[in-house]
Design a protein around this ligand. Structure first.
Ligand code: NAI
Length: 352
């Protein structure tokens, strides 16, 4: 078998921090395992053309959302031996799932591996926006001390209505964490939770278009599918309350790039944060880098050292099972047997 991973370049940190398992240099800690199994294993990084060169002879491809190799239908067509695509992380939208299904390729991700990591990042970014942290930090670096400038746009989170779009593993963990801030919470998901779940999480159901004008803060946690691509379009962004904050740690394409810049530049939204972009890595001139009042990071929320350990273990588990001809963990499967089987993705693909 020829197994290839396509991972982010770790740079000098790769050597200094062996726990940085998710980088190309440390290759998810897979090298000794692959050697013991007698498999051909290659760890690739920033030269996507290298990947194209290997596609015709690759059996298993490991990719990551943080530094995605976009596994398009064209690429899949060039990989006749490809049987398994593994996502080291959560979110397999960088893979053409329909094409994978058509070619009977199994797609699996490490469900749950970084959901706490992302929920914590979302809490951090909500607070950074509402408390006006970024300009305050910048003042310190710049040697300034202007209380009025910061305090005029700094609020308590307490009492603000928070909307959660997508209440799966991450959305629910965010709700649990935000409960401590005494905020009323609304949520939208195409699958409504049970009354007991709603009560335990302290969240109330609302249709998306009703939720938008009622929230001071909205945090997005649904997958990118053909249905959620551009979900936050111009109309929906401007339907949000004036002066509200939007946080997106789900996927960049869920928010329309140009419309967001307009909502930020016009002051309709008071702040935007998140760690997901399209495309990734975001080019130096990506318009979100320079729009006002944002608190974005590169795509790092789901790749803390703890998360990397969990997704590296998960990838090893999948490979072990695959090589031993055993079924992959049911919860990890996104595409199998020619179908999109993950409950979070399948509805969007059921109509094709
Ligand atoms: P999950 O599958 O547990 O939950 C997703 C939720 O979204 C489900 O409740 C599902 O019903 C809902 N959903 C699906 N389509 C929807 C639609 N059209 N409208 C409303 N709700 C919809 O997934 P999890 O673990 O909570 O992750 C969510 C997403 O977060 C991932 O798909 C991924 O894109 C992103 N993510 C980002 C990371 C990062 O590092 N920034 C790391 C991990 C995940």
């Amino acid at each position: 078998m020829k197994i290839i991973s396509f991972l982010y370049p770790g740079g000098p940190a790769a050597k200094e921090t062996p726990e940085l398992l998710g980088c190309a240099e440390n290759a998810l800690g897979l090298r000794p395992f692959m050697e013991a199994k007698g498999q051909e294993f290659l760890s690739l990084t920033d030269k996507e053309r290298d990947l194209d060169k290997h596609l015709p002879t690759t059996d298993v491809l490991i990719t990551t959302p943080f530094w995605p190799a976009y596994v398009t239908a064209e690429r899949i067509a060039k990989a006749p031996k490809l049987k398994l695509i593994l996502t080291a992380g959560v979110g397999s939208d960088h893979i053409d799932l329909a094409a994978a299904a058509d070619h009977k390729i199994t797609v699996a991700e490490i469900t749950g591996c970084n959901v706490v990591s992302v929920a914590e990042h979302a809490v951090m970014q909500i607070l950074a926006l509402v408390r006006n942290y970024m300009p305050a930090y910048t003042q310190v670096i710049d040697g300034r001390w202007d209380i009025g400038e910061i305090a005029a746009k700094s609020h308590d989170l307490e009492g603000k209505t928070v909307g959660i779009v997508g209440t799966g593993r991450i959305g629910q963990r965010l709700a649990i964490r935000l409960k401590a801030f005494d905020v009323p919470m609304l949520y939208y998901d195409f699958r409504r939770l049970s009354t007991v779940e709603e009560q335990l999480l302290g969240i109330r159901y609302s249709l998306l278009d009703d939720l938008l004008p009622r929230c001071d803060v909205i945090s997005i946690h649904c997958p990118l599918t053909p249905e959620t691509d551009g979900l936050f379009n111009r109309e929906r962004l401007f339907k949000m309350k004036k002066g509200a904050y939007l946080v997106n740690t789900a996927r960049g394409k869920i928010v329309n790039t140009k419309a967001l810049v307009e909502a930020m530049e016009s002051g309709h939204l008071a702040g935007y944060a998140g760690d997901v972009w399209y495309p990734q890595p975001a080019p130096a001139d990506h318009p979100w880098r320079h729009m006002p009042n944002h608190a974005m990071t590169p795509h790092v929320s789901g790749t803390s050292l703890e998360a990397q350990k969990r997704y590296a273990d998960g990838i090893k588990d999948c490979l072990e099972r695959f090589l031993d001809n055993k079924p992959i963990e049911r919860d990890y499967l996104i595409v199998e047997g020619g179908k999109v089987v993950s409950p979070s993705y399948s509805y969007a693909f059921s109509k094709r």
